[in-house]
Design a protein around this ligand. Structure first.
Ligand code: GDP
Length: 295
């Protein structure tokens, strides 16, 4: 996480830490702090809310030293990241996770990273290549499945994604797998079609396996910062997202967007992607995240 956050820390939160290294809290400090938070991509609204609360606390508690303000800011940022409920996994004999998100967000890579992680935890993982719209999606996922050492069930390009998932679930059951991770389409002819298709895939999972989908994870590209928000709302409305995965955190100075996204959607961040390899997916730890922004 330290390395993954290097750019966000240096470019954005470094400035904040520097500001809070001042001795006294001055009106100018407040203004610069606001600008720096917005630059870190925490979003205008979240930045203003944060500063309002901080001003109130500073007044109430009679704080004058910037150093104390620093501790308060960390606590307020931390409070924006809700503590997530435990994952809805590890109970049923066969469990299903749908992974959704737009093309290019890092969805396929993330499915592979997840397969690797859960396999290392001793789970028997099977991948379902339910993106039948993008011509090469199935092949790409198969290459990743090989690397991760897990089987992958797909269909012909253009096949019905619900049918592909259904086959994958049947195969998983017949062959004793206990976790199916489904890669889904990230683009169709229209957004409306895409959401309809994802809803259908969801219904297929629910019909075929009791309690499924156990989790629905939305993959978001952290480099898009605030722009990920409207997209995330649509997916959430259509398929009921249960958790977020932020990819490419290593390639961006906009890591502050994590706060805006978590706050606006009220959804837990479950994992962060910090590189292109199978190992480059970390469970999201809110305490560590906030600490490391200020290191
Ligand atoms: P998809 O279209 O959403 O399935 O995206 P892909 O999984 O094909 O990934 C798109 C690009 O993003 C690829 O070049 C990946 O290697 C890269 N990528 C995915 N996750 C990460 C990450 O966490 N960090 C970095 N630096 N690159 C990533």
């Amino acid at each position: 996480l330290r390395e993954g956050l290097a750019r966000t820390r240096q470019a954005a939160f470094g400035r904040i830490a520097q500001l809070l290294g001042a001795t006294e809290i001055t009106p100018a400090l407040w203004e610069e702090l606001e600008a720096a938070l917005i630059q870190a991509d925490v979003g205008v609204r979240v930045a203003q809310e944060l500063l309002d609360r901080l001003r109130e606390r500073v007044r109430r508690e009679g704080v004058t030293r910037a150093e104390d303000l620093r501790a308060m800011l960390k606590a307020e940022l931390r409070a924006l990241l809700k503590d997530p409920p435990p994952l809805n996994l590890g109970r049923d004999p066969l469990e299903v996770v749908l992974v959704v998100g737009v093309n290019g967000s890092g969805k396929t890579t993330t499915v592979a990273k997840l397969a690797h992680r859960f396999r290392q935890q001793g789970r028997r993982v099977l991948l379902a290549a339910a993106d039948t719209f993008r011509a090469a999606a199935g092949e790409q996922l198969e290459i990743w499945a090989d690397r991760a050492g897990v089987p992958c069930i797909g269909g012909q390009p253009g096949a019905d994604p619900g049918a592909v998932l259904f086959d994958a679930l049947q195969a998983a059951r017949a062959r004793g797998y206990d976790l199916v991770l489904a890669d889904t389409a990230g683009r169709l002819h229209t957004k409306y079609n895409l959401m309809q298709e994802l809803q259908k895939v969801r219904r297929v999972a629910a019909k075929a396996v009791p309690g499924a989908p156990h989790e629905v994870w939305l993959v978001l590209d952290a480099t898009t910062g605030q722009n990920a928000l409207p997209q995330a709302r649509e997916f959430h409305q259509a398929v009921g997202v249960t958790g977020l995965i932020l990819t490419k955190l290593d390639g961006t100075a906009k890591g502050g967007a994590v706060f805006a996204i978590a706050r606006e959607l009220g959804l837990p961040v479950r994992f962060v992607g910090v590189g292109e390899g199978l190992e480059d997916l970390l469970p999201f730890d809110a305490d560590a995240f906030v600490e490391e922004l200020f290191e």
